[in-house]
Design a protein around this ligand. Structure first.
Ligand SMILES: [Zn+2]
Length: 256
């Protein structure tokens, strides 16, 4: 059965899906402003699309995506939803822990939103310390720096040319291409605002009027497809590596 999320199974077919599974794959995203051209669910849609590339592996189970993340820093923009980081951390940990009941104790959290990262690391660390599960948080763009630099001469920002490219590739019908120019004109140069290295902007609205940064008009579907393919290859390799690991080798080391 290919491209099937856990919530699309019955309890009968879920038993089959779990029988060979070694790794749970959990997409996490955000529902937050991505400027006037990209959908609020950009991070969710990207994480979901990348996670779905491993859905037909028999050693992986694809869990239902967690849509809303840690996004309070976008709250001044219409449509943004957010959760407290502690709530998000506990919720993700609970979902991963519930999967262990069905015999799968290794997971990759395919994350689409940088603001979730700290909470996901804390959840992973606690799950490991308590020997509940080994759940590595993986941002889909984390191994793409060189390719992004080569293709777009930049690094990942927010609602920028990188995210625009990926959205054009995975959810093109949701990109309002006519609004890309406005996104760029009223956007920030890059993510954040600082004085002599000290952060002085904590919300997106402190440094971008449109909600976007960088040069969203330079995004392209072709580049997005390259990034998406690379991310899919990275995830397949990561799942394969994790599936082969003995759980005992993943637990915290004792005092030396
Ligand atoms: Zn985003």
């Amino acid at each position: 059965m290919s491209r099937t999320y856990l919530h699309e199974h019955t309890t009968t077919t879920a038993a089959e899906a779990f029988s060979d599974a070694e790794v749970a794959v959990l997409p996490t995203g955000s529902v937050e402003q991505h400027g006037p051209a990209l959908p609020l669910g950009t991070d969710l849609l990207a994480a979901r699309a990348v996670a779905e590339t491993v859905a037909d592996r028999s050693d992986a189970v694809l869990l239902p995506p967690i849509p809303v993340g840690v996004s309070a820093h976008h709250r001044q923009f219409d449509g943004t939803l957010w959760t407290d980081p502690g709530t998000f951390e506990a919720y993700v940990a609970d979902v991963v822990a519930s999967v262990t009941e069905h015999g799968v104790r290794k997971a990759v959290v395919v994350n689409g939103h940088g603001g979730n990262s700290d909470a996901l690391r804390r959840a992973a660390r606690n799950l490991r310390d308590e020997r509940v599960a080994f759940a590595t948080p993986w941002n889909w763009w984390s191994n793409l720096d060189a390719l992004v630099e080569e293709e777009l001469d930049t690094s990942l920002g927010h609602a920028d040319e990188v995210e625009t490219s990926v959205m054009l590739a995975v959810a093109g019908d949701l990109v309002r291409e006519a609004a890309l120019e406005d996104a760029e004109e009223r956007g920030g140069d890059s993510w954040g605002k600082s004085v002599r290295g000290a952060p002085v902007g904590f919300d997106a609205i402190d440094f971008t009027e449109s909600g976007a940064v960088g040069s969203p008009t330079e995004g392209s579907r072709e580049v997005g497809e390259k990034l998406f393919d690379h991310a899919g290859d990275d995830l397949a390799a990561l799942v394969e590596w994790l599936a082969e690991q003995n759980l005992d080798s993943l637990w915290p080391r004792g005092h030396r």
